[in-house]
Design a protein around this ligand. Structure first.
Ligand SMILES: Nc1ncnc2c1ncn2[C@@H]1O[C@H](COP(=O)(O)OP(=O)(O)OP(=O)(O)O)[C@@H](O)[C@H]1O
Length: 270
């Protein structure tokens, strides 16, 4: 179980994340939704400790993630893989080598630098690619792949970290609709098949409703919705997204935004 208790992130005068408390049981597929600037990326980055919370505590089981340093912090990052919008692959290297970089968390640094992988590690890499249906691309340069293929390589790289959690920060934001579905299907597959917890920032509510077990809605850094996708009606979504609602639930059902009016919002913790 991942637990956040009163987590805060302050950037100067800006409070990007404002006292979020949340428990995520192992194996859940959680979608984090909310307007641009609501704090979704900042929240995910703190879980991985790419950013340090200004206040509050993050725990995973009996580990106090917020207190980790050095080797223990690197071990946490291996257990808690991160996937980004821009894939972060080494374009000049082949697909399998990119995937094997995920083992750098487990192998001695010199082996990762020299790219000296064991046969067992190579087999793991191929098997991760196979599970995402792209083993045939193993020898191809990463920068020759489509966006959807590159994101699946990034997921395979995360998989061979053998993580317990995958944090995906807008993983489909730069993909076309077909590749979007392929990548979301891949995340769903690793969630269901390997039981890995997935926490995924998403802009599209259709995708959030389709793929997630649970949705967490942020507004101005606060948790304002926490529930099953079915509970996120268009009415609630309009309150959550305001002017952006036309983008996320379709123009036909998006009326004008009335600032401050949030009658249907399922307020978390209330
Ligand atoms: N390094 C930083 N320094 C100062 N302010 C920051 C920094 N990172 C984020 N912020 C601010 O914190 C707030 C939350 O940003 P964040 O990127 O977490 O939002 P988001 O919901 O992920 O947005 P988007 O959907 O556009 O990615 C924003 O107002 C942003 O400008």
């Amino acid at each position: 179980m991942l637990r956040l208790d009163g987590v805060v992130k302050q950037f100067g005068a800006k409070r990007a994340v404002d006292g979020i408390s949340l428990g995520v049981p192992s194996g859940q597929f959680v979608g984090v939704i909310g307007q641009s600037g609501s704090g979704k990326s900042t929240l995910l980055r703190m879980i991985n400790r790419l950013g340090d919370p200004t206040g509050g505590v993050i725990r995973f089981g009996d580990v106090d993630v917020t207190a980790l340093k050095g080797r223990a912090l690197r071990q946490w990052r291996a257990r808690c893989a991160m996937i980004f919008q821009q894939f972060n692959l080494a374009g000049r290297l082949d697909v399998l080598t990119n995937v094997l970089m995920g083992r750098a968390f487990h192998a001695p640094a010199w082996r990762a630098v020299l790219k000296l992988w064991t046969d067992e590690e190579k087999a793991m890499g191929l098997s991760a690619l196979e599970s995402l249906d792209i083993a045939r691309l193993a020898g191809q340069r990463a920068d020759t792949l489509s966006g959807g293929q590159q994101q699946r390589v990034a997921i395979a790289r995360a998989l061979i970290q053998e993580p317990e959690i995958i944090l995906a920060d807008e993983p489909i934001a730069s993909l076309d609709p077909r590749n979007t579905q392929v990548v979301m299907d891949a995340l769903q597959h690793i969630n269901r098949h390997f039981g890995i917890t997935v926490i995924c920032n998403l802009h599209s509510l259709d995708l959030a409703r389709k793929y997630c077990d649970r949705l967490v809605g942020l507004a101005a850094g606060r948790l304002v919705f926490d529930g099953a996708p079915a509970a996120l009606t268009d009415h609630v979504a309009r309150d959550l997204y305001g002017l952006e609602s036309a983008d996320v639930i379709g123009p036909a059902s998006a009326p004008g935004f009335v600032p401050g009016a949030q009658p249907g919002l399922a307020l978390a913790g209330s």
